[in-house]
Design a protein around this ligand. Structure first.
Ligand code: FAD
Length: 492
């Protein structure tokens, strides 16, 4: 029996777990992330959304993500996106340094996040499977088993179940998972064609269904098929090549000749959520807290955003710079955001899966008359990306409080993300003036008071996950800034 003692035990090193591991380790927490898988996870998410790209930039990771994406395919930026299978959403108009979705297989995203977490000092152990745990009130004691059957006991201050939709941590913690099983299904196929896919990202629909097609690597094309004829086939029935080719022929109205089929899978719209994301010293993060239809490719992105929300808070509590009550804000901030996202997924799938005559007319109407209205387009793209997310902060009255930091060029020519890499909290003033605070990174941006979402703020203090902790309409003193930082860390 091997014994381990750490600050933070994370179960699962997928997108959510790896993000938390990096965030907590970078500020000094001793992190063990146990991942039962030794190989890659199955191919699922194909895009990283702009809000996550911004958060990666805040950790100086965008260079390596863009390089890896460029190796995968040269045209990896998607500036025109979709909502409920309808388009185009004008991501190119987002107020961001990253106004596009980045095409990248989930396996590469996971590799990059795990490598970064390990660089921060997290111990990522593959082939180590969680079995059970006991929350003893002042610590968590967990049992794990390795590939040789060796037993491990891990004692940790906190534990996170980032172990996906079938979370054993959730079950063992006794946290309910409420909602509905699959009622509708769709098919994902990655295949090599007898000709290179020439058209970039393309959507087709008719009375037989909807197909999204886009190049997924050098020679491979990904097809997402929502078919009127097969949408009631359960996920337990594997899709066949015959079924796939028949549905593609009906919807694309041309024959697809595959040379190789890389992967085929059927997935559904099960819709379930936990009523809480925390029980005692145990937290749930990512898909262990919800499952939903992967409408518009946002699921993993919300999991990574959960990870950025929880990771810095655990790190700050563990290293003693924050009060433990800060951890309660993970659930109070993320649960309403996730509930809204889940509701939005239901709205999208209701429209998306309707191929009746009326349903098709409604889609044409929405696409032709509503999506092109700039305000509507803006609302939809902010909902999908999480750009509209705002967190309440007690005692903070300025409307910019809790908002994400949008594109905010600094007067010295740097991006906001470049300064965010250098410290935990960041202070941006809109005018020069001396500051004597050495624990907070400091920048000047004369663009600040006119920036969308931050209007009227002359100074902002930003949390490690890129959200405004406090905004001021008049320049605060250094003592005001330090007091706001203490409040954001829930210190008296
Ligand atoms: C067909 C399909 C297409 C999708 N497309 C997109 C898309 O385009 N964009 C998008 O954003 N999202 C997409 N998603 C959703 C995305 O794949 C998930 O949201 C994401 O994988 C969830 O991340 P996670 O880290 O929470 O969980 P997971 O990725 O499931 O990771 C959990 C990890 O925990 C490990 N684990 C489980 N149990 C244990 C245990 N007992 N001990 C140790 N380790 C354990 C697992 O091996 C796994 O590595 C798609 C999903 C599907 C099904």
């Amino acid at each position: 029996m091997e014994q381990h003692e750490v600050d933070l035990l994370i179960i699962g090193a997928g997108p959510a777990g790896a993000t938390i591991a990096g965030e907590a380790a970078r500020v000094g927490a001793r992190v063990l992330a146990a991942e039962k898988r030794t190989g890659d996870s199955p191919s699922r998410a194909g895009v990283i959304q702009p809000r996550v790209l911004e958060q990666l930039d805040n950790r100086d990771l965008m260079g390596r993500f863009r390089d890896a994406a460029a190796d995968w395919r040269p045209d990896f930026e998607i500036p025109l996106y979709m909502y409920a299978g309808l388009g185009p959403l004008r991501y190119d108009l987002l107020d961001s340094d990253y106004p596009y979705a980045l095409v990248m297989p989930q396996t590469t995203t996971e590799h990059l996040l795990r490598a970064w977490a390990a660089e921060q000092g997290a111990d990522i152990r593959r082939g180590l499977k969680y079995v059970s745990h006991v929350d003893e009130g002042d610590r968590v004691v967990a049992k794990l088993v390795d590939l040789e059957g060796g037993e491990h006991t891990v004692t940790a201050k906190y534990m996170v179940g980032a172990d996906g939709a079938h979370s054993n941590v959730r079950t063992n913690a006794g946290i309910p998972f409420e909602g509905r099983e699959n009622t509708l299904t769709a098919i994902s196929v990655d295949a090599d064609l007898s000709f290179p896919w020439p058209l970039g990202m393309q959507m087709n629909r008719n009375q037989h269904g909807w197909v999204l097609s886009y190049p997924f690597g050098t020679n491979t094309t990904r097809f997402i098929i929502v078919s009127e004829a097969s949408r009631n086939i359960p996920t337990s029935v594997e899709p066949t090549l015959e079924e796939v080719k028949t549905e593609l022929r009906k919807i694309l109205e041309e024959e697809m000749t595959f040379t190789t089929v890389q992967r085929m899978s059927r997935y559904g719209n099960a819709h379930k959520m936990t009523p809480t994301m925390q029980k005692g010293r145990v937290f749930l993060c990512g898909e262990s807290t919800r499952v939903h239809y992967p409408a518009s490719g946002i699921g993993m992105n919300y999991c990574i955003q959960d990870g950025f929300n929880l990771g810095w808070k655990l790190g700050a509590v563990i290293n003693g710079s924050a009060d433990e009550s800060l951890l309660d804000t993970y659930d109070s901030e993320r649960h309403p955001v996730l509930q809204a996202m889940m509701d939005d997924v239901e709205t999208q799938t209701t429209l998306h899966f309707d191929f009746s005559e009326g349903g098709l007319k409604l889609k044409d109407f929405v696409e032709q008359n509503l999506v092109p209205i700039p305000e509507v387009n803006n609302i939809l793209r902010r909902r999908l990306t999480g750009f509209g997310t705002s967190y309440e902060h007690e005692g903070a009255t300025h409307p910019a409080n809790g908002r994400r930091v949008p594109k905010l060029p600094l007067d010295d020519g740097r991006r906001y993300g470049q300064i965010a890499t250098t410290a935990d909290f960041v202070l941006i003033d809109s005018a020069e003036g001396s500051r004597a605070i050495d624990t907070i990174a400091h920048g000047i941006s004369s663009a600040l008071p006119g920036t969308d979402g931050l209007e009227g703020a002359v100074t902002i203090l930003v949390r490690p996950d890129g959200y405004v902790a406090r905004a001021w309409a008049a320049r605060p003193s250094d003592e005001d800034v330090l007091e706001a930082r203490r409040a954001a860390l829930q210190l008296a």
